[in-house]
Design a protein around this ligand. Sequence first.
Ligand code: ZN
Length: 146
Amino acid sequence: MSHETTMKLTEGQRTGSKEQFLVTAGGNIKCLRCTASSTRTKQQCGKPALKTSTTQKCQIHSGRPHSPETLRRISEANTIHGEATKAAKAQFRKDAVLIRQLEDAVHVLKMGEGPRMRGRKPNGYRGVYSQQDVVRMIRERAEQRK
Ligand SMILES: [Zn+2]
C-alpha cells in the first residue's frame, strides 16, 4: 500500500469520476484500480483491483466474488429465527390483509361489537362493505387454496 502524503487532488477526484487504471512500479505496471472511495476523506482507494472482481474492487473492499454455496452458508450463519426472511415477511403481509378483511366481514354480518382496528390498511387490502363483498372475499380465498 502506498502512502502518498501530497494533498493534491487528481483529475478524477476534482471532477468526481473515478480513476479506472493504476500505474505503478515506475510506470512499468498498469492495472485496474479499486473503485471504492473512503466515506471520510472521499478519496478513491489506492489498491489494485482483484482480477476476479466483477465490481472492480480490491480484497479490502469486498471485491472477491462469492459462489452461490458461499452466499448460502453466509445467509444460514446470519439467520437467527427466520421471521425476517422474504418469504416470512410476505406471509405476514398476507395474514394482515386477511385479518383486516375478516374483521370487516364480522362487522358487516353483525357478528361482533366494539371498536374497529385503527390505522393504515395493509397493502393488498380490498374493502369489505357489504354481504356481496363477504361472498367475494370467501370465493377469492377458496380459489387461492386450489
Ligand atoms: Zn479498495
